[in-house]
Ligand binder design. Structure first.
Ligand SMILES: NC(=O)c1ccc[n+]([C@@H]2O[C@H](COP(=O)([O-])OP(=O)(O)OC[C@H]3O[C@@H](n4cnc5c(N)ncnc54)[C@H](OP(=O)(O)O)[C@@H]3O)[C@@H](O)[C@H]2O)c1
Length: 259
């Protein structure tokens, strides 16, 4: 009925893709699917040994280990990829850190590390690749946020704020770069079984596997969606909660979580 908000991304064969946060969970699952689809892939995370495992024996896979929270790391990575590939077709910003935090557990080091990894690194990564993509007049920026960024949720005191920042960032980025030929995709997963959620001490509703999550993301990209959220049986409820006035929202969350 409506035209897609972004150029649909379907045929990955030969595409030059930088996956940031590819050593485990959703990023590793995306890497495996994109490698199988014939993309030329660069894998980034801190753990070089796990990146090598994800790369396996596939040709056309570069390993670019780094700590994205270190100043200048993403700019150096982007320059290296541009020199090697002559351009980049898509960047997936998947890397993040999460610690369940309640108000009385706020910790300076955790705040700094979370905001540097989850927010600043995405902005620095975009700053590093945008000049080249704007010259190309093409390229996709895939930003993985979370349903925890829709509205405040208990235990996501710092993480939720970092993901809310990414939602706002992706919206503004879209308005700036879509008219210049680029695509921006905002990914908001529900609960996915990965090392990140292994530390949760509660039953996670509508939990899906990392591979299912990767499948949802690639389906959304193939449709050209801006907002890719899944599984719908969970995110649908959260999108309704998003619309409630505060009095009803706070009461509903307290009732659902007991916190
Ligand atoms: N799992 C869920 O239920 C869920 C729900 C909503 C949103 N998300 C989002 O989905 C994305 C992937 O999460 P996941 O669940 O797949 O978690 P995960 O398995 O813990 O993966 C996180 C990835 O980020 C990398 N990373 C973390 N800090 C880094 C740093 N400083 N420098 C470079 N790489 C770093 C990790 O690699 P190294 O440790 O090797 O550096 C790893 O590859 C995240 O953005 C997360 O917020 C997840």
């Amino acid at each position: 009925m409506f035209a897609p908000l972004n150029p649909p991304l379907k045929d990955w064969a030969g595409k030059r893709v930088w996956l940031i946060g590819a050593s485990s969970g959703i990023g590793a699952a995306l890497a495996r699917r994109l490698i199988d689809a014939g993309a030329r892939v660069a894998l980034t995370a801190r753990d070089a040994a796990r990146l090598a495992e994800v790369a396996g024996r596939a040709p056309n896979v570069l390993q670019l280990p780094m700590d994205v929270s270190e100043p200048g790391a993403l700019a150096r990575g982007a320059a290296e990829l541009w020199a090697c590939w002559g351009g980049i077709d898509a960047v997936f910003f998947v890397a993040a850190r999460y610690r369940p935090v309640r108000a009385w557990e706020l910790d300076d080091d955790d705040v700094d590390a979370t905001l540097r990894t989850n927010v600043a690194a995405v902005m620095h990564g975009c700053a590093a690749v945008l000049p080249g993509m704007l010259v190309q007049q093409s390229g996709a920026l895939v930003i993985v946020s979370s349903v925890a960024g829709y509205r405040g949720l208990p235990k996501a005191l710092v993480y939720g704020a970092s993901k809310a920042a990414l939602i706002n960032f992706a919206e503004v980025l879209y308005m700036d770069v879509r008219p210049r030929g680029l695509g921006v995709h905002l990914v908001c997963p529900g609960f996915v079984e990965t090392p990140l959620t292994a530390q949760n001490d509660f039953t996670m509703p509508a939990l899906i596997s990392a591979d299912e999550a990767a499948g949802h993301i690639l389906t959304g990209l193939a449709r050209g969606d801006f907002h890719i959220h899944f599984p719908k049986r969970f995110t649908g409820w959260l999108r309704v909660l998003r619309l409630l006035p505060y009095r009803l929202y706070f009461a509903a969350v307290r009732r659902m979580t007991g916190l």
